[in-house]
Design a protein around this ligand. Structure first.
Ligand SMILES: Nc1nc2c(ncn2[C@@H]2O[C@H](COP(=O)(O)OP(=O)(O)OP(=O)(O)O)[C@@H](O)[C@H]2O)c(=O)[nH]1
Ligand SMILES: [Mg+2]
Length: 341
């Protein structure tokens, strides 16, 4: 959800329909609600509701359609336009109304919780994984461990904000919106991220959203760690096959010590491979795998399971492809177990 023109349909088109960012300029306003069902990681079905943001539609989502839109929601992803002149006025008013509707329609989210400490309620998190993306937690955990829906707040179109003020703008926005949410009685967690369709921040935020939707997949991480050490790799990254969102990653800390690695490398790979795949499909030559060999390292990106791609980076290139082949049956079994759960 979010006001008209904030970029909701653009995000959906890029992440789930593999469209190019430039093509989103042609999108028209969404009428009422566009719901799509996305087959995701085997048997999982992701129900994505793109709610038109024009005032008349917002009013209808909040009144006549309130129970349809807000009941049984797993996650609310609310998009603010960073360039909007009404960011902290009318844009926030609608957001607060949505939080209220979410709380009313999902009573567990209003279960009593310990009050947030002033520091965690208002101060922006010092953690940052990318220049334009910061996440933090309104109630100290940022999630919905009260059993209610999780709210992700995306301050979007950050490319239009000068780079040197992006962090401070996001921090101020987060503090102010969190304060207003608490004052209005919302008790659940809020997670804030700065995003733009023009860089990898969009992939970063959506990878977090998707990992949150499928916590069972986190168990894959321990298996990736075993694979990392068994194959003497420096790094392994797991991507969802269609969206190329990062599901999980493991790094050999000893190798990481020697080198300065780009903190945004995973999201940048998602963005680049997605564009490359699109290029391949345009010339009717479907993407299957990619191998890069340099004097210092080798990287292989290949299908691992029916629903995932794996990227293995190692100093010793000889056995990467063989190791991936040998690991496939094990990960395919794990994936079916995770999905079954
Ligand atoms: N500069 C910039 N423009 C963006 C970004 N994301 C989307 N846009 C542009 O914003 C415009 C509106 O995007 P939409 O995705 O249609 O907006 P919406 O939120 O779906 O709007 P409604 O359907 O009316 O609720 C399009 O021209 C997009 O190209 C971004 O990150 N940066
Ligand atoms: Mg739209």
């Amino acid at each position: 959800m979010g006001k008209s023109g904030s970029g909701k349909t653009s995000m959906r088109a890029i992440i789930f329909k593999s469209q190019l960012a430039a093509d989103t300029r042609r999108l028209g306003a969404t009428i009422d609600v566009e719901s799509s069902q996305i087959k995701f990681l085997g048997g999982l079905r992701l129900d994505l509701w793109d709610c038109g943001g024009q005032d008349s539609f917002m009013d209808s989502h909040l009144t006549a359609q309130s129970s349809t839109v807000f009941r049984a929601v797993h996650s609310l992803i609310y998009i603010f336009d960073a360039e909007s002149t009404e960011l902290l006025t009318s844009d926030t008013v609608y957001f607060l109304k949505c939080l209220r509707a979410l709380q009313d329609q999902n009573p567990t989210s209003s279960a009593p919780q310990p009050p947030p400490s002033p520091a965690s309620a208002s101060a922006p998190s010092p953690t940052s994984t990318s220049a334009a993306v910061t996440s933090s937690a309104g109630n100290g955990n940022g999630g919905a461990d009260d059993g209610g829906p999780t709210v992700f707040v995306l301050l979007h179109k950050m490319d239009l904000v000068p780079v040197d003020v992006q962090q401070s703008k996001l921090a101020e926005f987060e503090a102010e919106v969190t304060r207003k949410a608490r004052e209005s009685g919302y008790k659940g967690g809020l997670r804030f991220y700065g995003t733009s369709i023009w860089n990898e921040t969009l992939y970063k935020a959506w990878s977090i959203v998707i990992s949150h939707l499928m916590p069972s997949l986190s168990s894959l991480r321990s298996h990736l760690t075993s694979f990392l050490s068994l194959s003497s790799a420096s790094e392994i990254v797991l991507f969802e096959r269609t969206t190329f969102l990062v599901i999980s990653s493991v790094t050999n800390e000893d190798d990481a010590k020697d080198t300065e690695w780009d903190e945004r490398r995973f999201e940048r790979i998602s963005t680049m491979v997605k564009a490359f795949k699109l290029g391949c499909s345009k010339i009717r030559s479907p993407f299957s795998s990619l191998t890069i060999t340099t004097p210092h390292y080798a990287a292989v990106l290949d299908a691992l399971t029916p629903e995932t791609y794996i990227l293995v980076v190692a100093r010793e290139p000889a056995s990467i492809e063989l190791n991936i082949r040998l690991a496939r049956p094990h990960f395919a079994k794990l994936e079916s177990i995770a999905v079954g759960r």
